[in-house]
Structure formats: structure tokens, C-alpha cells
Design a protein around this ligand. Structure first.
Ligand code: ADP
Ligand code: MG
Length: 555
């Protein structure tokens, strides 16, 4: 008698399965990587439970086994990790758990080749099993239960679950390989794949009786003994993003005043710019080599969220909970050091090779600049790392630093000028620029409203106020009324009015009459050379471009 229950997959999963089984994408190896990575996650969870829960004992060694059966064309991938209960089976591999998976689907509709290799990033790695198999069985027994379950599906519309006797704790994924995929039962082929993707898995992986991974943790080795290939391999293992090599990496080790080792990687490209959602991977945190958390989002601030990496400290307690980490002094000290080291790495990169730095900035500048509003401790350092287009260049691709701007500026210039607008060329036509152009004063052009928010938020850089040139806060170099108090200032304005010719008075009052509901005041300007008039913002007001952005957001 069977008590098999039948379930239908969520609509999104059906779409995903369809995509995977019909994908022309040839790199089917990534399915092995994803399933091994799930096995490793299940072992991490079990090891962590055993550390924190007295009643759970770690009798047998935790390991992953590959069981090829060439005769029946089956590949088994087995672990003795946490396993899954009936409810977990339905929840974890019948519904899309992560919001990222919808993004994945949306994007996968475009360039399949690129996107499919990203599958693991979006919490849908399990389904890659159907790239290899036309039937998948999941045999599993949760550490919480006395007996287990068999999940089964042919990857079309539905799956079944039935009770299964005689299972040990953990999970076995049995792949009934597609007709032309016999190679995945071949030892040599499997060893090749494991070597490529899974050397850094921190548990023994066995093929039959043979141990196929025996890599020591590379972050503990001295930098000088490691090869680029080893760094690349570790990056591929951590990031799963299809990139062969990181843009740059940073290997940090310290023994005092507290002990920690870390390898941090910056990816080649920023998925956020490609229309994927927010990057949400975090850093792997280890204590005495044992993984405590694989997606820690507190070690690095939000604005450095693009960085992958691992941090290991012997000074962190092993059984620390996610919640109490923030209160741990060592944790907080490590946080500080990491941020400082990443920022100083970027600073020296910018100094040594501006072109290389700009390539980085074009990808990740949009994250980095967020730090101006959130990381007050490192604000000055971050400000120096920012780059913006300016009137010194010919397009928005030519980026300039605040320091370079000041180096070029005349000593009498006490302010840093910027102007927002829809795009570089529109900004360049703004009549407010005429006087700056005439006097040869550089102005930052900010087509990206976020850049404008960042600069107006920064307010000051090396004693120079940062002002939008369409505001009346602007003081041109040589205009010396900065020290004058407001009373005198208004007197001065009166004085200025005096020499106005009667004709000019007339023009102004005509304008005032016509625009009285739309403008605060109409005044004579010395800033224009070619255009008859321009709009400026009252003193202290936000720039017109920002106002546009804000009112857009309010709609
Ligand atoms: P992700 O690993 O990103 O969560 P996957 O699609 O790879 O997404 O896996 C979905 C979920 O299925 C996992 O989060 C986990 O809860 C469960 N799962 C998959 N494989 C195993 C396994 N070998 N042991 C225990 N649980 C597993
Ligand atoms: Mg996974």
C-alpha cells in the first residue's frame, strides 16, 4: 500500500523547470556544483546545531558521497546533514523561497547562456538537477524525525511525496540521468568536475572510497605561498557567479591585538546594474575554521555589499548566535578593520592606476557613494573615492575626483560647483553655466540624481562648500560678501539696484507683474553672458533637478 501524495509546482517553478530542461546551455556541470553546495549547507546546519544543542551528538563524521551507478544511469549525491521533514520538502523544493528567483526568471528570458550559470545565486540551485536528469528522487530523513520521505518528480508539472523506511539521517539526491548524459557516472569526469568547483567545500567529498578534495583552508596560508589559481578557485567557490576571476582580492591576516584571517573579493561586474535586484550575499564568517554563518551582512556595511569573502577568527566564540554577534567586541573590531582596509585598498588603487580604478568605479561607484550618507566615520575617505562627470570632460564617461577638481581650481575659489540635469549635453546648455564658462571655472555635471543627493549631502570637501550653481548660495571667486552680515548684505543689494537704468527697472517690473504667482523675485544678474535670463533657486533651497526627482518619487 502506498500513501503517496501528489503536489503541483508553483507556476514560477514550472517556468523555471521548462527553461532548464530546454536550455541549450551546455555547462551542465554546474548542477553538480549546486547539489554539492546544498549538501554542504545541510552539513553546516547540522554542525552548527551540534555545537549549540547539547542533545545533538555528532557520532559519524560529516561527509558528502557521490554514488555513480553506470548500469542504471543513476548518480546519487548523498550527505548526512540536517535532512528535511515533510513540511520542509514542500516548502523548500516546491515553492520559490527567495525573492531573487523571480528576478532570475525575468532575466533568464534574455541571455540564457549567462543567466543559467547564475542559478545558484537566486535560491533555485536545486532545480538545476533537471538539467541532468529526467527524474529526480530526494530521499531524506530529518535529524528531528525517526523515519524519512521520498520526494520524486519528472520535472514537468508536479511532484509526489511518500514515506520511506530505513533511511539514515541526511539527504540523498538520486539523478536518473538523461539518455545522452552517461558521462556523469564516469569517475574521471566526476573527479574533474569536483576539482573544478568543489575543492573548497569544507567537508570530505568521497567518490566510492576515494577522498577527492583535501584542500587546506587557503585563508590561513601565507599570501606568498598562494597562487593566483588558488585565489581564483576560492573565488569561484564563494561567489558561484560564473566569473572565472575576481576584479581584485585582498588577503588580510592579523595576530594582534586580535586574531583574524580574511580573503575579500570584488567581482568583475555589478549585477545590480544589470537589472537584477539588490546584491544580497554577505560574507562567510568562521570561528576557528568552522563556518558560523555563510551570509553575514553585518561584517561589511551596506555600501560594500558587492564584496564576497570569508572571515575567520579564533577569537570569536563558536556557538555565537546571529543576534549576539553585534554585541561582540571582537566582531565589531573586525568590522572596523575590514572597512578601513577595503577603503585604503581602493585609495591606493586610485593612486597607482586611475584607469583601473575608474573601471571599478563604473561598476561599483553606485554602491560606494551610498557610504557618504551612512558611514560618517569614513566619510572623508569615501569622498576622495568618488568620481563625477564635469565640464572639464566631453561626456558623462569622463569622471573626475573632488581632489583633481580642487587641484585645477584657482586658489580664490572657495566653493565646489555642480549642476544637475537630464543628461550631460542638456546640462551643458544650461544658461547658469555661462559665467562659469567665461571665467574658466570647472563645474560638476550630474545627470544621475543620486550623485546630486550625494554631493548635497556631503556639503563640504576640504573646507570648500559644495553648491549647486542654480542656487543663490553661489559665490563666484572674487565675490567677497561672505564675511558681510545679512543686514549689510541687503544694503549692498539696495546699492546694486541703484544704478539700474529706468528701462531696466521697467523690464524687471514687467517680469514681476507677469510672473508674480510663479517666482519669489526678479533681479538683475551678472552671471549671464549670452542668455537673456535664467532661473535660480532661493538661498538654502534644494536644486531644481533634485526637486524634480523628489516630486517624481512622491507621485
Ligand atoms: P538555496 O540553496 O539557495 O536555498 P536551492 O534551490 O539550492 O536554494 O535549495 C533549496 C532548499 O532546499 C535549501 O535552502 C534547503 O532548505 C533545501 N535543500 C536542498 N538540498 C538539501 C539537502 N541536501 N539537505 C537538506 N536540505 C536541502
Ligand atoms: Mg543551493
Amino acid at each position: 500500500k502506498t500513501t503517496s501524495e501528489k503536489f503541483t509546482f508553483q507556476a514560477e517553478i514550472k517556468k523555471l523547470l521548462d527553461l532548464l530542461s530546454h536550455s541549450l546551455y551546455q555547462n551542465r556541470e554546474i548542477a553538480i556544483r549546486e547539489l554539492i553546495s546544498n549538501a554542504s549547507d545541510a552539513l553546516d546546519k547540522y554542525r552548527f546545531l551540534a555545537l549549540t544543542d547539547e542533545s545533538i551528538k555528532d557520532e559519524q563524521p560529516l561527509e558528502i558521497r557521490l554514488e555513480p551507478d553506470a548500469e542504471n544511469r543513476i548518480l546519487g549525491i548523498c550527505d548526512n546533514g540536517v535532512g528535511m521533514t515533510h513540511a520542509e520538502l514542500i516548502e523548500n523544493i516546491g515553492t520559490i523561497a527567495h525573492s531573487g528567483s523571480l528576478d532570475f526568471l525575468k532575466n533568464a528570458a534574455g541571455d540564457e547562456k549567462e543567466e543559467v550559470s547564475l542559478i545558484g545565486k537566486f535560491g533555485v540551485g536545486f532545480y538545476s538537477a533537471f538539467m541532468l536528469a529526467d527524474k529526480v528522487e530526494v530521499l531524506t530523513r530529518s535529524y528531528q524525525e525517526e523515519s524519512g520521505w521520498k520526494w520524486e518528480s519528472d520535472g514537468t508539472g508536479s511532484f509526489t511525496i511518500e514515506p520511506q523506511e530505513g533511511l539514515e539521517r541526511g539527504t540523498s539526491i538520486r539523478l536518473h540521468l538523461r539518455k545522452d548524459l552517461d558521462e556523469f557516472t564516469n569517475d574521471t569526469r566526476l573527479k574533474f568536475i569536483l576539482n573544478k568547483y568543489s575543492t573548497f567545500v569544507p567537508y570530505p567529498i568521497k567518490l566510492g572510497e576515494e577522498l577527492v578534495n583535501d584542500q587546506p583552508p587557503i585563508w590561513l596560508e601565507p599570501k606568498t605561498q598562494l597562487t593566483q589559481e588558488q585565489y581564483d578557485g576560492f573565488y569561484q567557490y564563494l561567489a558561484h557567479n560564473g566569473e572565472e576571476q575576481a576584479r581584485w582580492h585582498l588577503h588580510l591576516s592579523s595576530d594582534s591585538p586580535f586574531q583574524f584571517h580574511s580573503i575579500l573579493y570584488c567581482p568583475q561586474s555589478n549585477l545590480e546594474l544589470m537589472g537584477f535586484g539588490r546584491t544580497e550575499h554577505g560574507i562567510s564568517l568562521c570561528a576557528k575554521r568552522i563556518l558560523v554563518q555563510n551570509d553575514n551582512r553585518d561584517l561589511l556595511p551596506e555600501y560594500l555589499r558587492f564584496i564576497y569573502g570569508l572571515v575567520d577568527s579564533a577569537d570569536l566564540p563558536l556557538n555565537i548566535s546571529r543576534e549576539s554577534l553585534q554585541d561582540n567586541t571582537i566582531f565589531r573590531k573586525i568590522q572596523k578593520v575590514l572597512v578601513k582596509r577595503v577603503l585604503s585598498h581602493l585609495a591606493s588603487m586610485a593612486k597607482d592606476d586611475e584607469e583601473k580604478y575608474l573601471e571599478f568605479y563604473r561598476q561599483f561607484g553606485s554602491c560606494l557613494r551610498e557610504g557618504i550618507g551612512t558611514d560618517f566615520e569614513n566619510r572623508d575617505t569615501i569622498a576622495k573615492l568618488l568620481r563625477f562627470p564635469s565640464s572639464n570632460g566631453t561626456s558623462e564617461n569622463e569622471l573626475v575626483s573632488l581632489e583633481a577638481y580642487l587641484e585645477r581650481a584657482d586658489e580664490s575659489q572657495k566653493q565646489i560647483y555642480y549642476l544637475g540635469g537630464n543628461d550631460f549635453n542638456t546640462i551643458a546648455k544650461n544658461p547658469n553655466l555661462e559665467i562659469f564658462r567665461k571665467k574658466g571655472i570647472e563645474v560638476f555635471y550630474l545627470p544621475d540624481p543620486m550623485d546630486e543627493i550625494v554631493l548635497s549631502n556631503l556639503m563640504k570637501f576640504e573646507d570648500h562648500d559644495i553648491v549647486s550653481i542654480d542656487s543663490s548660495d553661489v559665490k563666484l571667486p572674487g565675490e567677497t560678501d561672505t564675511e558681510v552680515d545679512s543686514e549689510e548684505k541687503s544694503e549692498k543689494k539696495e546699492e546694486q539696484k541703484e544704478p539700474l537704468s529706468p528701462e531696466f527697472e521697467k523690464v524687471i517690473s514687467l517680469f514681476e507683474e507677469e510672473l508674480k504667482d510663479d517666482v519669489e523675485s526678479v533681479t538683475k544678474s551678472d552671471r549671464l553672458t549670452d542668455s537673456p535670463c535664467c532661473l535660480v533657486m532661493p538661498e538654502g533651497a534644494i536644486s531644481s533637478q533634485l526637486q524634480k526627482v523628489l516630486s517624481m518619487n512622491n507621485k
